[in-house]
Design a protein around this ligand. Structure first.
Ligand SMILES: [Fe+2]
Length: 729
């Protein structure tokens, strides 16, 4: 655990609104929390340096320290089962598709009272499928099949306890291809099958949830009988088996956190730590690809021992935004006994009362998708730089305890498709270095976007800030009052509602400045039923950290088809003129002026810029055109009449064409040679409704703004664009 850290219940608040902070501090004495405003979060001494303004005179507080733990691992908790009374014969079964062989037990179903030495548990372990029954005052009675289950195949497993014959049986049977193993042991009189404890699916309670299971579980059920053929038991929700105590049909309520029991007692359960629903089950035929069309083929839940949802920490203190606090990026600073942390949040303008004509949308959905991205980049040289620059000291690789990002995989190899912001997020911190960037600072996301905020401050351009989540909730009305809307360096993740808001803003005559690359790319889902979470399914194509399993391309949270917005009929070019074309290492090159720069429609953009080469400098990879590059393409929707004023070139050998553009090693979707697609197009488009878009097509653009004390051709171009857009009120 990090000695001092925390998170907040929301990422933005308007004056009068309250943000609750949840802190874990291992200090002996109290910790101090104080307000600060973030202008520039890049600690690189070769740039303008950190600009974080202390506002302790506006808010400071001391609180006693306490450690708040974070429990990983998902399961279903059936609290109502604590009142069950099942002293007689018992059969427990489930269909399972295990994904991880471990040296410990992984519990599939249990009802266990550790203190009383009572209950039963059905688990997988090194000894195969294992049944345990409580024995008061002694070790549990255990019997195992002795055969480890093959991974990623469906099996039925069972525990049968029969006090009448005094036997405890355990077994496993493959659903296809045969293979049945079983074992039995005497069940002495006095064993305690009945426990006054909740029932857990995917873990065991002892006294906290433990022995988390990795893999899919389907149709877990309990019978008040000693079944002689447990492998033949089937949970038909319409015709439940005789003697059914409880049977959970996971195909009901896939979009939410509740689990439905079709048995007589209606022992509904609740998901803990967000396992994955909308996954293919034992009955999946491939005839349907969407869980909404054949829910019983999607009656499984995939559990992981490293799933994390809401850390559930108690609130230590709250901050109510004062009326006169300007919109912007802020942090709540924490300090105790030599430890420190800074928890970012944004202050919005007062509701319905913009205080500027320029709006910056903080790409919080993208920050969240990358939350705690463990990328193996923290080698000795990285750590040396972190120490030398006073950069943020922690990396997710060393702290798997907070849960990783949607760019990582679970321990069982499956992709992490959910990210919660209700937990400490180490990558969402001022001074966090993503890369050891030999030519620059190596910032991305939250800190990289302060390159833009700093430039706005230096140029005296007033701006308001809102987040993706705000745009999702309030739509185009939130953007409409502004002459100019600015994105950050990487607005990659969008819901249908955030895309709609951008599109409606432009349709209504708004002016959008897209200051990044690989934007408007992945579709995500959110749901009020699952607070603080985004879901991404890395379906079919695109630059992917993992591939969603076939049949699992539809989100659980909203039932929509996941993956690239391009594959959902909304390529980025249609919205902002450019879309993802190439990617390489975190290296920046330059743009070359194109004939479009002299087009009368666009000639003002490069006014005062005489250079043919633009942006061959900067704090992000050493150049304004780098890392991830977007290009204009009429066939993908770049608006008619769009003008490319500059295009990048000179990208290093690490750069590749994105897979969705390639038909073969030689042929591309657009018909151009692959090498031609390794470029960013700085593009301007005027739209029929009076709106306009200026797009730079590169993630590293904003890193160049401060070069030469903000006097450079990249800075001049952005100034020209803002002056023009803001003048058209
Ligand atoms: Fe990205």
């Amino acid at each position: 655990m990090i000695p001092l850290t925390g998170y907040s219940d929301r990422l933005s608040a308007a004056p009068g609104e309250r943000i609750a902070f949840k802190v874990s501090s291992a200090a002996a004495g109290p910790y101090r929390a104080s307000l600060a405003r973030v202008v520039h979060a890049d600690p690189n001494p070769a740039g303008p340096g950190l600009k974080i303004e202390d506002l302790a005179h506006r808010f400071a507080i001391e609180r006693p320290s306490r450690v708040q733990p974070l429990a990983q691992g998902s399961y279903v908790c059936v609290d109502a089962a604590a009142a069950l009374h099942t002293p007689g014969p018992l059969t427990v079964t489930a269909l399972i598709w295990p994904t991880l062989a471990a040296a410990r037990e992984q519990c599939v179903l249990s009802r266990w009272d550790e203190a009383a030495g009572a209950g039963w548990a059905l688990s997988l372990g090194p000894g195969g499928v294992t049944a345990r029954v409580g024995a008061p005052g002694g070790a549990p009675l255990t019997v195992a099949t002795g055969h480890a289950l093959p991974l990623r195949q469906w099996h039925r497993i069972w525990l049968v306890a029969d006090p009448a014959t005094g036997t405890l049986r355990v077994g496993q049977a493959a659903l296809t291809g045969g293979g049945r193993e079983h074992a039995a042991a005497p069940l002495p009189p006095g064993t305690h099958l009945d426990a006054s404890a909740p029932l857990l699916i995917g873990a065991r309670l002892a006294p906290e949830a433990c022995e988390h299971y990795n893999g899919k579980i389907e149709d877990p059920l309990l019978l008040a009988a000693a079944s002689s053929a447990p492998e033949r038991l089937v949970l038909d929700p319409l015709l439940p088996p005789a003697d059914l105590i409880a049977g959970w049909d996971f195909s009901q309520g896939i979009a939410g956190l509740d689990v439905t029991d079709v048995g007589p007692h209606r022992l509904g359960g609740r998901l803990a730590n967000l396992p994955t629903r909308a996954v293919t089950g034992a009955r999946w035929t491939g005839r349907e690809m969407c869980w909404r069309h054949a829910p019983r083929e999607y009656a499984a839940i995939h559990f992981h021992d490293d799933d994390v949802h809401d850390a559930g920490w108690a609130t230590d203190f709250a901050f109510t935004v004062p009326d006169d606090l300007p919109s912007g990026a802020y942090v709540m600073r924490l300090a105790a006994e030599g430890h420190a942390d800074e928890l970012p949040f944004y202050v919005r303008p007062p509701l319905g009362r913009p205080r500027a004509d320029v709006l910056f949308i903080a790409s919080t959905y993208t920050y969240q998708a990358y939350a705690n991205h463990a990328r193996g980049s923290a080698d000795a040289a990285y750590r040396e730089r972190v120490a030398a620059w006073g950069a943020y000291p922690h990396v997710p690789d060393r702290h798997p305890d907070y849960g990783w990002s949607t760019y990582n995989r679970h321990r069982d190899g499956s992709g992490i498709c959910y990210s919660s912001r209700l937990r400490p997020v180490l990558t969402f911190r001022p001074r966090y270095l993503t890369f050891l960037d030999v030519r620059g600072s190596g910032l991305r996301h939250y800190s990289a976007d302060t390159h833009l905020l700093d430039w706005l401050e230096v140029h005296g351009i007033p701006y308001d800030v809102v987040t993706d989540e705000d745009v999702d909730a309030e739509g185009a009305a939130l953007l409409a009052p502004y002459t100019t809307v600015l994105t950050g360096s990487h607005p990659e993740y969008h819901t249908a509602r955030t895309l709609d808001a951008h599109a409606a803003y432009l349709d209504g005559g708004g002016r959008l400045v897209y200051l990044g690359g690989n934007g408007f790319y992945w579709r995500i889902a959110t749901s009020p039923a699952v607070p603080g979470v985004i879901e991404v399914r890395r379906a079919e194509g695109g630059i992917r950290a993992w591939d969603a399993q076939v049949g699992e391309y539809y989100h659980a949270l909203d039932g929509a088809y996941g993956g690239l917005w391009r594959r959902n009929g909304r390529p980025p070019q249609r919205l902002v003129g450019v879309g993802f074309s190439a990617q390489g290492l975190f290296e920046g090159s330059y743009y070359r002026r194109q004939p479009g720069a002299d087009d009368p429609q666009a000639a003002w953009i490069l006014e005062g810029v005489e250079d043919a080469v633009i942006g061959d400098f900067g704090l992000s990879g050493g150049g304004a055109a780098g890392f991830e590059l977007d290009r204009a393409d009429a066939t993908l929707g770049t608006p008619a009449g769009a003008v490319v004023v500059a295009s990048s070139e000179g990208h290093g050998p690490s750069f590749i064409v994105v897979p969705e553009e390639l038909l073969s090693h030689l042929a591309t979707v657009s018909g151009e040679k692959p090498a031609r697609l390794l470029r960013a197009d700085m593009t301007y488009a005027e739209l029929p409704g009076g709106g306009a878009v200026f797009a730079v097509g590169s993630i590293t653009f904003c890193g160049s703004l401060s070069h030469n004390r903000y006097d450079n051709n990249v800075s001049r171009i952005l100034r020209n664009v803002l002056d023009r857009f803001r003048a058209r009120r």
